[in-house]
Design a protein around this ligand. Structure first.
Ligand code: NAP
Length: 500
């Protein structure tokens, strides 16, 4: 770790000291210190906490978090205070004391021992965050720590603004999905440390040490490194951080690609330059609503009226749509040889718009099929295509006329815990002869019901992973100015294939 970097602290949440010690030893090369969470220990272990720092290979922090602060401690307060004093009498480097405890709750024994003076809100973000931060540390041996739960981007903005106003060592963390950037960008916030955990999370949003160090390369860069990311809502399911961080690492490009859960685009786009964001991927539901915020757009964004890539250039955002090139990538050879002349596109949403525009640009005649006929007709009129409703009795015959390529571009077939009923083939009424190329843009699961049927019929099939990776590689080129490393793209494809 270089000077000015935040420390990475492994929260140990096992129920025995022996298990915690084993974890500290296993991860000692990836983290700088450990936090022993006494509130997660079995009662029989409490008497051994004084010995823990003597055996632990890393500096230790002792924390006994109460239920009201998001922890698990339910035994009497006097026992908690006794255990905290035991920790202060032992070799712990840091003792965590909540804001409501008096200054001299414990007397410190070692000259370098410090108190982390903490304030938690597991439910939200208090409106007086700035005031709270100012009054937290009681003396020079105390490091203020605030851990709150942002409920949206405006809370995240406030947390970051408060962090930037604070001087001296501090810890200010947003818990949950909205707060993940405060953990990954701890150094940029001036945080003294950030937490990581394995197994049971000590707090919502913590990432494990391997992900922090090997994927995000936490603590590796000098200050001012470029930040990239993906904005969407929800966002934690996205595989883009895996794709982009692996590419950056393999190409030895400094930078971190972060998932940003975004509810308010306007507020996020104000925050982005403060965080030093150079480029962003855009996903559902922001691809269309982001367009009015852009200073410049390329021709595909103009035509498709949707944008999936932003670059911060000359004080404003430039928008690109790499879905177009990403979709075409596995088809380029087939299109250039004239093998595909007529195609069916199922869907009329954002993805279908980019796809049908790309196909029309390659001189392919297109039939748009959609549940909502009016939407299909509007898209067809826009790009010069035919249209038909998904439930039209004439659907099989019409598709047969446009069946060199059949593209499935609805969200049907996509795995979603909320709507497992959607795990089906949206064009089950259309027979497949084996002559068609069938391309499903859904990538979770990779082997969709439609692709399974197409495979059985002997069709050539293309999965949504092809488009996902190709559009991401195009984004990578825009973000970094270099091609995605070939060796990493091969490894990535293997990772995706093995998760089929
Ligand atoms: P969108 O704008 O919300 O459009 C959704 C489309 O799905 C609409 O055509 C909608 O029809 C249709 N649909 C939804 N539920 C349906 C149902 N129960 N029965 C029939 N049709 C239904 O979404 P999008 O951005 O176009 O994304 C569509 C899919 O493409 C998603 O699964 C997304 O993950 C995937 N995608 C993949 C990639 C990739 O790189 N592989 C890139 C972009 C998108 P109505 O108009 O009738 O509502």
């Amino acid at each position: 770790m270089s000077a000015g970097q935040s420390l990475l602290c492994l929260s140990l949440t096992s129920s025995t000291l022996a298990e915690n010690l084993a974890l500290a030893r296993r991860y000692q090369r990836l983290v700088d210190m450990v936090e022993i969470r006494v509130d997660f220990l079995e009662q029989s272990q409490w008497s051994g906490i004084g010995k823990f720092p003597l055996e632990c290979p890393l500096p230790s922090l002792c924390t006994i978090r109460r239920r009201c602060d998001g922890g698990s401690w339910i035994a009497p307060e006097e026992i908690r205070l006794q255990l905290l004093q035991t920790a202060a009498n032992s070799n712990y480097s840091y003792i965590d004391l909540e804001a409501d405890l008096p200054e001299r709750t414990v007397s410190l024994r070692l000259p370098n021992q410090r108190v982390i003076r903490s304030s938690h809100d597991p439910r939200g973000t208090p409106s007086n965050l700035s005031l709270l931060a100012r009054g937290l540390a009681r003396n020079d041996r105390e490091i203020p720590k605030i851990a709150v739960t942002p409920r949206g981007i405006s809370d995240l903005k406030e947390i970051i603004s408060v962090a930037h106003k604070m001087t001296g060592p501090r810890i200010i963390i947003g818990m949950g999905d909205y707060g993940i950037p405060t953990r990954l960008l701890a150094t940029r916030l001036g945080n003294f440390l950030t937490f990581t955990s394995v197994g049971r999370n000590a707090a919502p949003g913590q990432l494990d040490p391997v992900t922090m160090q090997c994927l995000y390369r936490f603590g590796t860069f000098e200050s001012g490194f470029p930040v990239f990311g993906i904005i969407g809502n929800p966002i934690t399911h996205s595989r883009s951080p895996e794709v982009h961080n692996r590419g950056l690492s393999s190409a030895s490009v400094p930078g971190m690609y972060i998932p940003f859960r975004v509810d308010s685009l306007a507020e996020f786009l104000e925050l982005a330059p403060v965080l030093g964001i150079h480029g962003l991927s855009v996903t559902i539901p922001h691809k269309e609503t982001v367009v009015p915020f852009l200073a410049r757009v390329d021709s595909s964004v103009k035509a498709v009226e949707a944008c999936n890539t932003l670059l911060w250039e000359d004080g404003g955002w430039t928008g690109y749509n790499t879905d177009v090139a990403g979709f075409l990538s596995p088809l380029n050879r087939l299109l250039s040889t004239g093998y595909i002349r007529r195609a069916t596109v199922v869907g009329a949403g954002g993805a279908a718009r980019a796809i049908s525009w790309a196909l029309r640009g390659a001189n392919v005649d297109v039939l748009i099929v959609n549940r909502n006929l009016r939407r299909a007709q509007a898209l067809a009129a826009n790009i010069g295509a035919d249209s038909i409703a998904l439930n039209d009795v004439n659907l099989p015959g019409r598709v047969e006329q446009f069946s060199d390529l059949i593209v499935q571009a609805t969200s049907v077939g996509m795995k979603s815990s909320a709507e497992d009923s959607l795990l089906k083939d949206p064009i089950a009424s259309v027979p497949l002869t084996g002559r068609e190329i069938v391309y499903d843009v859904v990538y979770t699961p990779i082997d969709t019901p439609l692709l399974q049927r197409a495979n059985k019929a002997g069709c050539m099939v293309i999965s949504g992973v092809e488009m996902l990776l190709a559009q991401a590689f195009e984004q990578f080129r825009l973000f970094t100015g270099i091609d995605y490393p070939l060796c990493e793209s091969k490894r990535l494809r293997e990772t995706f294939d093995s998760s089929k």
